[in-house]
Design a protein around this ligand. Structure first.
Ligand SMILES: [Zn+2]
Length: 283
């Protein structure tokens, strides 16, 4: 499932192809993905110019000159393919249509953006740019982990009286926007916090350490995504998934990477999701 760094990578890949350019034709091949598409979505997208691409949590927001904003969510298996880009950044020819190509944006420049999603947990919506932050999917999510609103005093306050395990508290989108299973595991490892420790019982020092650690794990992954963009351009034009190595995620039974630690990484299940951690380093 794409997490925040993957979504940010997709946004950065799409921005040069879409920003400033007109959607000559929006082709919508089915009435819904996870939820029904908004009424007349194809007609409302067609002919509008893309002003800019933003990201909020794991949602890509496409601001249009029609004063509407399109929301794109990749869900579990959504992919964005770029083809025929005249700027030469994506050199591929247009691919043959595939079964799960649900929405295709034909840009006036000749570029084509294809939203393919075999499992259809993805979503698209379209609503007024003015007041976009009150959209039901966006209204209750917490501060962006890479934004100014996310700092030590905020996080201490958000966790102070919570009895839930740290892992769950950080996965809660009201605490911080867009953090998913992989990066929560990595951040807890680096800040030496045990994933099952109740949030209110984590020391102030460790909470303070967590803020820069969360930023670091995300920024490193975004950087890895950025370098993978060059490969996407040369390969098949697909955006969003890239190879990145993790310290604990997916490493059950393998040695802990902390110098001097002889433990192996453990896996437990919390709220139905795998948690990976070092039983010695994380307390
Ligand atoms: Zn360790």
């Amino acid at each position: 499932m794409p997490e925040l760094p993957e979504v940010e990578t997709v946004r950065r890949g799409l921005a040069p192809v879409m920003e400033g350019n007109v959607i000559a034709k929006a082709q919508v091949n089915r009435p819904d993905l996870r939820w029904p598409f908004p009424e007349n979505m194809a007609e409302r997208l067609t002919g509008s110019r893309v002003l800019r691409l933003r990201r909020r949590s794991k949602y890509i927001l496409v601001d249009l000159d029609s004063q509407e904003t399109a929301l794109i969510h990749l869900g579990m298996s959504g992919r964005m393919l770029v083809s025929g880009d005249p700027l030469g950044q994506f050199v591929h020819d247009h691919p043959l249509p595939e079964k799960h190509d649900h929405v295709v944006l034909h840009m006036e420049t000749g570029a084509r953006i294809t939203f393919n999603d075999p499992r259809r947990f993805g979503a698209m919506d379209l609503f007024a740019t003015d007041g976009a932050e009150t959209h039901p999917l966006l209204a209750s999510i917490g501060p962006e982990p890479l934004g100014n609103g996310f700092d030590e005093s905020y996080l201490r306050g958000a966790l102070a009286h919570r009895n839930t395990p740290m892992k769950s508290a950080l996965l809660d989108q009201k605490t911080v926007a867009g953090l998913g299973n992989i990066y929560v595991c990595e951040a807890l490892f680096r800040s030496k916090i045990h994933p099952t420790r109740p949030a209110r019982r984590v020391s102030k020092d460790r909470i303070s350490r967590l803020v820069p650690v969360i930023r670091d794990v995300l920024n490193e992954a975004i950087e890895a995504g950025g370098s993978s963009l060059r490969d996407f351009r040369q390969a098949d034009g697909e955006l969003g998934y890239f190879q990145h190595s993790f310290d604990v995620y997916g490493r059950e039974g393998e040695p802990c990477r902390t110098p001097g630690c002889a433990s192996t990484i453990r896996r437990i299940v919390q709220s139905g999701r795998s948690t990976f951690y070092c039983p010695t380093c994380q307390r």
